[in-house]
Design a protein around this ligand. Structure first.
Ligand SMILES: [Zn+2]
Length: 95
């Protein structure tokens, strides 16, 4: 499984997969679940009831790149670019 088409529309990442299924993930949901070590650590330090607040820049994507044949690397407008989202994870985050 790999993405055939990536598109950002209405604050969501739309993915068309090569098996013809598709995924839609809200950008906020994506950012909250950023899998990089830094964000993981932030989440660990917060209580379970903590709701993160993001600025507009943190919720806009400036670049998306394929990473090998297993993941998508996302660069956010605030410069955060260490989040590598594996295809499986993207499928799981999809609503
Ligand atoms: Zn991160």
């Amino acid at each position: 499984m790999s993405p055939k088409k990536l598109e950002i529309k209405n604050h969501k990442l739309h993915i068309k997969w090569n098996d013809n299924s598709s995924s839609e993930i809200g950008l906020k949901n994506l950012r909250i679940n950023c899998p990089c070590a830094h964000c993981g650590k932030d989440r660990e330090e917060q209580s379970e009831t903590y709701i993160p607040l993001f600025s507009d820049e943190q919720l806009e994507i400036s670049e998306i790149n394929l990473v090998g044949s297993y993941a998508v690397g996302i660069k956010w407008k605030d410069g955060h670019n260490t989040g590598i989202f594996e295809f499986n994870k993207l499928k799981k985050l999809s609503t």
